[in-house]
Design a protein around this ligand. Structure first.
Ligand SMILES: C[S@@+](CC[C@H](N)C(=O)[O-])C[C@H]1O[C@@H](n2cnc3c(N)ncnc32)[C@H](O)[C@@H]1O
Length: 722
């Protein structure tokens, strides 16, 4: 009875002690718990049960004791009485002669500390152990045991244990790809994501004591990256998470694994305050990610991106880890569905801001909202659009498409052009010869805005630059434009003798001209100027720089454009780019498309029209973004209090005939706010050849809201000048 097929009781007790000591548990505590177990199990198979699965039960019981705070007590109680306690163990169960007595208690080894810090893993223990553990301890301890007793390379969701928090010392030097192995062994996941970049000689992975092959990389002390904005690199086809360089970010190193076997494992470096972070349960993270995917995509399309999913996961880890209410860690938590919180902010965005893993664009300035952009660009069913970048690389920034309604649709097809293109007959004379000496600043150098005198190009703006040193449109410009839109009757207008606009409306018997507002042009420096491309008087020509997104509004207005970052008043957003048509071509196109029940959205370039020498239909120009256009074609109308204002901007030509239409913010715009402008539509105009839409702008000043019976009201062009 005192022995079994695995040896004597003494030997078994010795081996149990040795096994637990190897894990770093103090021997007095081992002894106390072992004694308790032996007393507890009167079953003759007690040793088999205790020994099962590498003494899982014993380790669980010790962990339970520690977790319940009994460990210390037990130890303390046993101070000085250890030998007596050992002697109390029935001889058939243990041999007091083994080195249980004598010598100071071992300090907890690092690996024992790891046990205590390790959280859940989804592993099923054997039936015997299950039964015992039900009796003895909590499931999570059993699971922790699994993690540690697995092969060396087993991975686990580990509570963050940053280095002592010295903010300087804990800043990331160069944030690594979001998905890296904790081990330097080359794993499948590394290959999948293009692999972690090789370590620098001074970035050797630090070995965790007691855990061979399990490594953690630490941020290099006190060093921050100063790489240029555009140094982020893209993995795969550009849609995967990429390296971003983030400056001065306090760094928390977290390991996340999809299972204890470590098939998929990630190391996250998060710029969260370690004191505010608590590692969420892995199951909660998985559940949250799954809920998000199902909520957004219903099914996973063939081009589903694991990289995007992993990014999602990283964000969820940070989000759950920084939200300390119990509810957020419950599996039933619906917080991860991307919905907005009560204060209107999006949790995903917050999480993304705290995560240094982001969807970089080689063309985009580093910005935390890019992580959000990456998330939102998860695959949808497509037309001819690239949902990760509707511009297909034509702009400096990626512009993603998102339909949060669950329809998984994309906007109708069109060709993306970042700049205007002549359709056919429009005469747009872009020639150096056309630019006279007075139309350029050949003698300037560097940045015109830094010279004391305004350059020749500033002449159109009343001898002052339209832009501030910060690259914003001056408030005076914006305020005047807003006032023109709101109170057109108070501003100067010119009246044509035979108005091309009225001829478009009714060619047979055009009405009298209603007047065209006299608008101030912005003249930017150009090719014949001596300044460089970074000159402060070259804003529109440098293209889109803010983070935009095409989204389905769900308000009955179709697709819209929104900003993913906060924009100050006066920020350049984009041009309205499209085909340059003559008025004649426009008329033909309107008729043609009405027959096909498709509406075009041209904008007249009438800001330069003057009472004398009004252009003929063949010369009058307009822009149509319907078939060829940029993101400007997604900007919806809002009556009166829109957050964008449109300005005529001359770049290549100084003649007021052809120019660009540029949108600037007329007020501060919050991240995720829809960008709108006032088309200037006369919703009461029943003679217009193009049917006006029922306005759903929601503005309290809405002009088109009460039209319950449209009676075929029509509009042809949302003229910037009207
Ligand atoms: C220049 S497009 C704007 C993008 C458009 N929403 C889309 O899905 O492509 C103009 C069209 O958008 C819709 N739209 C824009 N603003 C609207 C509003 N305030 N109310 C209702 N529909 C609007 C109308 O169908 C209009 O003809």
């Amino acid at each position: 009875m005192g022995s079994s097929r695995t040896g004597s009781n003494t030997g078994r007790a010795r081996r149990a002690l040795a096994a637990m000591k190897a894990l770093g548990f103090p021997k007095k505590q081992i002894l106390a718990v072992l004694k308790r177990l032996i007393k507890l199990y009167v079953d003759e198979n007690k040793w088999e049960l205790i020994e099962a699965e590498n003494y899982r039960v014993l380790a669980d019981a010790i962990l339970d004791a520690q977790a319940n705070g009994n460990g210390d007590q037990e130890q303390e109680q046993e101070q000085g009485t250890e030998q007596e306690e050992i002697d109390d163990i029935p001889a058939e169960y243990g041999d007091p002669s083994i080195s249980l007595a004598g010598g100071p208690p071992s300090p907890p080894s690092p690996i024992a500390e790891q046990y205590a810090a390790t959280t859940e893993l989804a592993i099923s223990p054997g039936p015997q152990a299950r039964a015992l553990t039900r009796t003895l301890g909590k499931r999570r301890h059993r699971q922790m045991m699994d993690a540690v007793l697995q092969e060396d390379d087993a991975v686990f969701l580990r509570d963050p244990k940053p280095e002592p928090v010295d903010m300087d010392a804990s800043r990331c030097r160069n944030v690594q790809p979001g998905l890296i192995s904790r081990s330097r062994r080359h794993t499948d996941s590394e290959e999948m994501f293009g692999g972690s970049p090789p370590l620098q000689p001074d970035q050797n992975p630090k070995q965790i004591p007691g855990a061979r092959n399990r490594t953690i990389r630490h941020c290099r002390n006190g060093e921050t990256t100063t790489l240029p904005e555009s140094t982020s690199s893209t993995l795969n086809n550009g849609t995967e998470p990429v390296v971003q360089n983030v400056q001065e970010a306090p760094c928390l190193d977290i390991g996340v694994a999809s299972s204890a076997m470590g098939e998929v494992k990630m190391s996250l470096k998060c710029s969260v305050d370690p004191s505010k972070f608590r590692m969420p349960a892995l199951e909660a993270v998985f559940k949250m990610v799954e809920d998000k995917c199902l909520h957004s995509y219903k099914v996973l399309p063939p081009d589903f991106s694991v990289g995007s999913l992993m990014t999602e996961m990283c964000q969820c880890v940070v989000q759950l880890g920084t939200e300390h209410t119990v509810d957020h860690n419950k599996l039933s938590d619906g917080a991860g569905n991307g919905s907005r919180s009560e204060d209107g902010t999006n949790r995903k965005q917050k999480a993304a801001e705290e995560l240094l893993v982001s969807n970089g664009s080689e063309r985009s300035p580093v910005n935390s909202t890019l992580a959000q952009q990456q998330h939102l660009a998860l695959p949808m069913r497509r037309t001819n659009h690239d949902v990760t970048d509707i511009s297909k690389g034509e702009e400096k920034v990626r512009i993603s498409i998102i339909d949060e309604s669950g329809r998984l649709k994309c906007p109708p097809s069109f060709y993306y052009i970042p700049r205007n293109v002549v359709f056919q007959n429009a005469l747009v004379d872009i020639s150096l010869a056309k630019i006279g000496g007075e139309d350029c600043c050949a003698d300037c150098f560097g940045n015109c805005l830094s010279s004391p005198e305004p350059c020749a190009c500033a002449r159109e703006t009343g001898g002052e630059y339209a832009y501030t040193l910060e690259g914003l449109l001056r408030p005076a410009f914006i305020d005047e434009c807003v006032s023109m839109n709101r109170f057109p009757e108070e501003h100067q207008k010119v009246f044509c003798e035979s108005c091309p606009f009225e001829r478009s409306r009714n060619k047979a018997s055009p009405e009298a001209c209603r007047g065209h507002l006299v608008r101030k042009f912005i003249k930017e420096c150009w090719s014949k100027c001596g300044c460089n491309l970074q000159c402060g008087n070259r804003v529109v020509q440098r293209g889109i720089t803010c983070n935009l997104q095409v989204f389905f509004t769900g308000k009955g207005t179709g697709w819209g454009l929104r900003t993913l970052e906060e924009l100050p008043k006066g920020a350049f957003v984009c041009e309205y780019a499209g085909e340059i048509l003559t008025n004649t071509e426009l008329q033909e196109r309107v008729v043609e498309n009405m027959q096909n029940d498709r509406f075009v959205h041209p904008i007249l370039l009438d800001a330069g029209w003057r009472s004398e020498g009004m252009p003929k239909d063949e010369a009058a120009l307009c822009l149509d973004g319907t078939f060829y256009g940029n993101v400007g074609r997604f900007i919806n109308h809002r009556c009166r209090d829109a957050n964008l204002a449109v300005f005529p901007v001359e770049v290549e030509t100084p003649d007021h005939h052809y120019y660009h239409l540029a949108f600037f913010t007329s007020t501060k715009v919050e991240a995720f706010e829809e960008l709108t402008w006032d088309y200037g539509i006369d919703f009461e105009d029943e003679k217009h050849p193009v049917k006006a839409f029922e306005c759903l702008c929601g503005s309290r000043y809405c002009r088109g809201r009460k039209r319950h019976h449209p009676r075929n009201r029509r509009v042809i062009a949302a003229s910037a000048a009207e």
